[in-house]
Design a protein around this ligand. Structure first.
Ligand code: GLN
Length: 567
């Protein structure tokens, strides 16, 4: 994670005699980097990541350098082994880090690629501490939550500060105040503020204002109690953002202000918004950006001219929201159809393309476990295009293959992603190449025509953590193909991957001879990355996850292509 010997200059200063233990990266200057810490009270799921990324965007627009970090309470080393049905999609960074979907929100809002430095779990922190203990780094001391575990958290943040050279680090603490899992993070933030000194940290408490239907009025008690709990941890919030269904009224805000010692001007209402891309404007309207600058004493670091340019660009984009002249329905086939968070990046990517093209994209969720060759036409009769997204395991795969056959034969626009790409290969092998038994060894381990097979390098790996082909990879595009044109005649592009299986190279020639075009391949290996068909309005699939790198102002071409074809 860090160059330990290089960075851990002052661990050795912590002798058994001293109570001051706070490892510092070498050369760290207090006061240079400021910290905005975002915590949640009352309940999780308030959109801490959205809030934090929107505020980060406003700061970045002002010419400040920002770096986000998410501190997760769970013990997993990364999010790779988490079930998207429970936790939302697993987001993959360019360096291969499998992380929480909030990192996707940060990448989209800040328009930048993040890395493993921006994602931290309790498991990572404990692992570091235990490794140091075995290495004898704690010099005979009993290793404790305070100061050693909290010290490790502060070290992570300060290391990020140095590596990123950021003016502001946005620290988002997962879960809610009062959870056992994240208590040491909150304590570490209290210590950080004490050590860094006044005007170094800005604490934001996100809270929720209840509005029970039978009462018909807003109630702030739960919010007050949550904030009180934060104050009991030794943290005085500087800003309280009140999430609610409707605009939070003056009375509720006054109550919270009085109970929390936070001036009313910094107790702000954040009502639900139709699009998260409108939240930066909401934060600007209540003056949140300048409040933060004032609290951190960095008004002199900003560049207002840059801000004007960036804000104009952003408003050009957001002005189009809700004014779309067209409307289409895209069907998404998938197993996790009851939890939309499992497909957050796909939903975002469709939104980006739709806004740019002036088209409202409605989504129809299609549960493929009930789809067969007989009923597929009925299920797909009202869609203008479909996406077959990524996934794992057997359930619903035959239904996906039936959908792909239907859209191929009926000229319905199609985008296949990862597992969707593999299903498209199987469909083509079975129905065009005559390989009736074609399948993936993930679905049928002993299958006699394994057109999709495990990657050779994956065969050697044991266990299920962090062992897929992960992260950004270069793709060589074949000239004069749809893919080549979509990417502006660029011969080489980059996308992010997360898979164990691939097209078995032994079948490539046969598939190509039968008309399947592999328009994107890995530069040095026979790994097929993009496929397409020529006699079809839009039939394209990729082993990668293009949705991960779609950004509001730069929608991903494979999605823009789908929406345009569907229109
Ligand atoms: N299950 C497939 C594989 O491991 C596809 C993975 C995915 O869609 N992310 O290759």
């Amino acid at each position: 994670m860090t160059d330990k010997n290089e960075l851990l200059a002052s661990v050795s200063e912590s002798s058994a005699e001293s109570e001051y233990f706070s490892p510092m990266p070498k050369g760290y200057q207090k006061g240079k980097t400021k910290y905005v810490v975002v915590m949640g009270t009352v309940m999780s799921g308030l959109g801490k990541g959205i809030f934090s990324s929107c505020l980060g965007k406003l700061m970045q627009d002002k010419g400040l350098k920002v770096a986000p970090i998410k501190l997760e309470g769970y013990l997993n080393i990364d999010s790779g082994t988490l079930n998207p049905f429970r936790h939302g999609e697993v987001f993959v960074l360019d360096d291969g880090m499998e992380c929480d979907m909030d990192l996707g929100t940060y990448e989209r809002m800040l328009e930048k690629d993040l890395s493993q430095d921006n994602f931290c779990t309790s498991g990572q922190i404990y692992r570091e501490v235990l490794e140091k203990e075995r290495h004898g780094d704690y010099l005979g001391r009993d290793v404790q939550m305070i100061p050693h575990v909290t010290g490790e958290v502060k070290l992570r943040l300060r290391t990020l500060a140095m590596k990123s050279n950021a003016d502001i680090i946005f620290v988002e603490i997962g879960g809610t105040v009062g959870d056992l899992e994240n208590a040491f993070y909150i304590e570490a933030m209290r210590e950080l503020a004490y050590e860094e000194g006044p005007h170094s940290c800005c604490f934001v408490a996100l809270t929720y204002i209840l509005e029970p239907r039978i009462l018909g009025e807003q109630k702030s008690k739960a919010a007050q109690l949550g904030i009180k709990q934060l104050m009991q941890s030794g943290i005085q919030p500087d800003i309280i953002a009140c999430r609610a269904r409707n605009v939070v009224n003056e009375k509720a805000r006054q109550k919270i202000s009085v109970y929390s010692n936070v001036p009313i001007g910094r107790v702000v209402s954040l009502a639900d918004s139709a699009s998260i891309y409108q939240i930066p404007a909401m934060l600007r309207e209540c003056g949140m950006d300048f409040e933060v600058l004032k609290l951190l004493h960095i008004e002199d670091r900003i560049d207002l001219r840059k801000e004007r340019v960036e804000w104009a660009k952003w408003c050009d984009f957001t002005d189009k929201i809700g004014k779309e002249k067209h409307e289409i329905i895209i069907g998404i086939t998938g197993k996790y159809t009851s939890v939309r968070d499992s497909y957050a990046s796909i939903i975002n990517a469709l939104e980006h393309s739709g806004i740019i093209l002036g088209c409202k994209v409605k989504i129809k969720w299609i549960d493929t476990s009930i789809i067969t060759g007989k009923n597929v036409a009925e299920h797909l009769k009202d869609v203008d295009g479909i996406i077959v997204p990524g996934g794992f395991g057997v359930r619903g795969t035959e239904g996906k293959i039936a959908c792909i056959k239907h859209v191929r034969l009926n000229n319905i626009p199609f985008l296949g992603i990862c597992l969707g790409f593999q299903m498209a290969v199987i469909e083509y092998a079975r129905n065009i190449c005559g390989l009736k038994k074609a399948n993936s060894t993930e679905i049928e381990p002993d299958c006699s025509e394994p057109v999709i097979n495990i990657l050779p390098e994956q065969k050697k790996i044991e266990g299920l953590g962090g062992n897929m082909r992960l992260g950004g990879q270069d793709i060589k595009l074949k000239p004069d193909t749809t893919a080549f044109k979509l990417f502006g005649n660029n011969p080489s592009i980059r996308m992010r991957f997360r898979h164990r299986y691939e097209v078995d190279p032994r079948y490539v020639e046969k598939l190509e001879k039968a008309g399947l075009i592999f328009s994107g391949k890995a530069p040095n290996y026979p790994i097929m990355q993009i496929l397409e068909l020529s006699e079809h309005p839009y039939f394209i699939a990729t082993q990668a996850h293009p949705c991960l790198t779609s950004r509001p102002l730069h929608p991903h071409p494979m999605f823009t292509g789908l929406v345009a074809a569907a229109m």
